[in-house]
Ligand binder design. Structure first.
Ligand code: GTP
Ligand code: MG
Length: 298
């Protein structure tokens, strides 16, 4: 095993799966920090997000990706492009299935990943929600399509996560420590803040509203050691959506702002003055320059 050889091992492991299976939750759990936002809605992650796990003898660079789906907008196409790009040059692929709900689509993705020229490990996530018999049945399905390394896990409880890391570590080639040990992601502060705000909109808004939301940080200004001012615009696609996001007497925007501020304060370790505006950008998900402004360009 790598550990015993004394040589440093490192590599890039891309995390793939259909939307909502828990890719981002699991990456956060493996890294031990919340880097990627999480929600119970499909298509939460829109770009590839790097998460770095550094241990004594190895470094795993995880690339969390958007859930694989048929794109219906330019944004969707960008998302699928991000998945393909994240697989270029990877050393191993981690396929995630949601053990509560394995679809034909999941199996197709898993099969496709098995054909890549790198080792493929499969994680059966959300085992906290099912019985051991269900896990065995899911395991059999994955084994049937040729997986030898199948690890049951729960991103929620942490169960099985160390076993998964140990399994992935075996596939790391000898290599350098790519990133400093205190670096856990390559996401700039501005993007992390925008994503936190988007997470709160995903949490509180229903139906099609959250899918049409984009967040742009207009300004981050350090006012003192203890206070940062952040101005952000929340874009939506329709007038009706704007009303919903603002809420009665501004109550919804207030809730989103309060929750986002608390998380951003933890991230930046300062007090934060957060000001949010809501603007309408019809069909921004198909507009090249809007996508670029929101960071979704390739
Ligand atoms: N009970 C339980 N829920 C989980 C677990 N892992 C993730 N979830 C939930 O599943 C939902 C989806 O999680 P995400 O991590 O956003 O899933 P994802 O695969 O990154 O989704 P996309 O970014 O949309 O592709 C969220 O509501 C999570 O809280 C788990 O192990 N157990
Ligand atoms: Mg995600």
């Amino acid at each position: 095993m790598n550990q015993k050889s004394g040589t440093y091992h490192s590599g890039f492991i891309t995390i793939v799966g259909r939307p909502n299976v828990g890719k981002s939750s699991l990456m956060n759990r493996m890294i031990g920090e919340k880097i990627a936002i999480v929600s119970n809605r499909p298509q939460t992650t829109r770009s590839r997000i790097m998460g770095v796990l550094t241990r004594d003898n190895h470094q795993i660079v995880f690339l969390d990706t958007p859930g694989i789906h048929d794109p219906r907008s330019r944004l969707g196409e960008y998302m699928m492009h991000s998945v393909r790009e994240a697989m270029e040059g990877m050393d191993a692929v981690l396929v995630i299935l949601d053990v509560t709900h394995i679809t034909a689509n999941d199996l197709e993705i898993a099969r496709e990943m098995k054909e890549k020229k790198v080792p493929a490990v499969l994680a059966l996530n959300k085992i906290d929600l099912v019985t051991p018999e269900d896990v065995l049945a899911a395991n059999a399905k994955a084994a049937e399509i040729g997986y030898e390394e199948i690890v049951p896990v729960s991103a929620k409880t942490g169960n099985g996560v160390e076993e998964l890391i140990a399994c992935l570590e075996k596939h790391l080639p000898a290599g350098p420590q790519y990133f400093p040990e205190d670096m856990i992601t390559d996401q700039p502060e501005r993007i992390l803040c925008a994503e936190i705000i988007r997470e709160k909109t995903l949490r509180h808004l229903r139906d099609e509203v959250p899918h049409g939301i984009g967040v742009e940080i207009i300004k981050i200004e350090t006012l003192s050691d203890r206070l940062t001012e952040i101005n952000a615009t929340v874009y939506c696609e329709r007038d009706a959506h704007k009303g919903i996001i603002i809420g009665k007497h501004g109550s919804m925007l207030q809730t989103i702002g309060t929750e986002a501020r608390a998380d951003i304060e933890k991230l930046l370790d300062t007090h934060v003055n957060l000001k949010l505006w809501v603007k309408i950008r019809p069909d921004w998900r198909n507009n090249k320059s809007d996508l670029k402004n929101l960071g979704y360009d390739s």
